[in-house]
Design a protein around this ligand. Structure first.
Ligand SMILES: [Fe+2]
Ligand SMILES: [Fe+2]
Length: 462
């Protein structure tokens, strides 16, 4: 494998380390002592061991690059232990699977053995503790993935050693998100493009953490973590690698992670399985991609637990994302209507122009540019929502996909609003020149387009 570098993905390692320092120092949940002297990179003493963090020393730590990572200088008082890990897993089994929890007894038994054997180094334990205390939703998500992963491992007749590696892959797969200033699952505002780009490096951050640690993680685990968002058809990230390059651990996480992400949005098990099934099928008309995105073998195993997963199970005990896919689907439908209206309006304006009744140069130019904008926006709507070749019911409920659509809608909406205003103004002018049927029609269409755009605009702001 080529060496992986966060810098190549537009991420500054110093900024990442600084974020981490802030998370630890700002935390109200983590108690620690300064175990070793803290020096800056030039070896100048910043704080002596046993010292306290006050405003002054806080600024020193934040403003200097440190000689040793902060984790080597701090001793956590409530470091995560096998017992707390197991407690969390049992809690999750109860919360999520309720009356079906005993279907997971043998899985929990496997995990109990794995957790008892855990022998992570201090730094990894610190990171896991910070992950648990400061990003508890994501931490619980990782444990859920570990639970579902182990159940799949049993079906695949994994040896105990393989189960251990799979568990580590699942446990750490999203730890990279902890370093980022934005949390993809609990963010209450829409992600900016920049934040979205940052999110895409979280597998690399997890990989770097494990690769650089004293605990010798197996290559399978490193690859598993790094590639958990890669898809067999090459449509994943961060590198867009394809089928043969993606190991079974990544394929397992890929499936259960997508499953869990859909439940976290408040959707049903049926919905989630349906969406995964859709992604596990090869495209009927393969263009760029020939493989399915997710592994159909893993999907089938997950599907075989359907009765244990419960039919109406919604992840009430997990954080629901602010992104409501129902809302996005409704917006897509509205956009589709606008797009149809825009097309009709364009035709009418065209017809109107052909009657050669407009002599006013300025109005003519206005209409011409409106015509161009309509065309551009319509294409962007069609491309972003995939409405040209998929009916609305078939739009995959995939997180990244939804996020991309939502970003696009946000971007397009103000333009649409501005555009309908301009159409209105030009049509108002034209009204004085002629009152043909075509113009009447165009006005009606424009009115409905304006009304729908306004609705979208308001619903996005609410
Ligand atoms: Fe992830
Ligand atoms: Fe995940």
């Amino acid at each position: 494998m080529h060496a992986i570098n966060v810098e190549d993905y537009g991420i500054d390692p110093d900024a990442i380390e600084n974020n981490y320092k802030k998370i630890v120092l700002d935390s109200k949940n983590i108690r620690y002592e300064i175990k070793n002297d803290i020096h800056n990179e030039k070896g100048i003493l910043l704080i002596r061991s046993g010292g306290k963090i006050d405003k002054n020393s806080y600024m020193k730590i934040i403003n200097h690059k440190l000689l040793k990572p902060i984790d080597e200088c701090l001793q956590f008082k409530d470091q995560i232990s096998p017992d707390t890990l197991l407690e969390n897993i049992e809690q999750i089994t109860q919360n999520i699977f309720g009356e079906h929890q005993h279907d997971f007894d043998s899985t929990v038994a496997v995990i109990r053995d794995i957790v008892a054997d855990i022998n992570f180094d201090q730094i990894i334990l610190n990171k896991l503790s910070v992950f648990r205390y400061e990003a508890s939703d994501n931490f619980n998500h990782c444990l859920t993935i570990a639970l579902l992963g182990a159940k799949i491992g049993i079906e695949l007749n994994y040896s105990y050693e393989q189960q251990v590696e799979l568990f580590n892959t699942c446990l750490f797969h999203d730890i990279g998100e902890m370093y980022l200033e934005v949390n993809v699952h609990s963010s209450t505002t829409e992600l900016t493009e920049q934040q979205y780009k940052a999110i895409k490096v979280h597998p690399i951050l997890a990989y770097m953490l494990l690769k650089g640690s004293k605990t010798k993680f197996k290559n399978q685990v490193l690859n598993g973590v790094l590639n958990h968002h890669e898809r067999l058809d090459g449509s994943g990230y961060p590198r867009g690698i394809k089928a043969q390059a993606i190991n079974e651990f990544s394929r397992i996480v890929g499936v259960v992670d997508t499953f869990n992400a859909i439940l976290r949005k408040g959707r049903s098990v049926d919905d989630a399985l349906w969406a995964i099934n859709l992604h596990s099928k090869k495209k009927q008309n393969p263009g760029k991609f020939e493989e399915s995105a997710l592994d159909p073998k893993i999907y089938k195993i997950l599907y075989s637990f359907k009765s244990s997963l419960g039919n109406k199970l919604e992840a009430d005990n997990l954080n629901k994302s602010s992104i409501q896919s129902d809302k996005i689907l409704a917006l897509c439908e509205q956009l589709n209507l606008i797009s149809l209206d825009a097309k009709k309006l364009k035709e009418h304006i065209d017809q109107y122009k052909n009657t050669d009744q407009i002599n006013n140069q300025e109005i003519n130019e206005q209409l011409e540019s409106v015509y161009c904008d309509l065309f551009t926006i319509e294409h962007r709507i069609i491309n972003s929502s995939g409405l040209n070749n998929v009916s609305l019911q078939e739009i995959p409920h995939d997180y990244d996909y939804m996020q991309a659509i939502h970003l696009d809608i946000n971007r397009i909406t103000p333009e649409l609003k501005e555009l309908t205003g301009r159409v209105n103004r030009s049509l108002d002018h034209v009204k004085y020149l002629d009152k043909s049927d075509i113009l009447e029609q165009a006005l009606i269409i424009n009115q409905s387009m304006y009304y729908k755009t306004k609705q979208i605009y308001e619903s996005l702001q609410s």
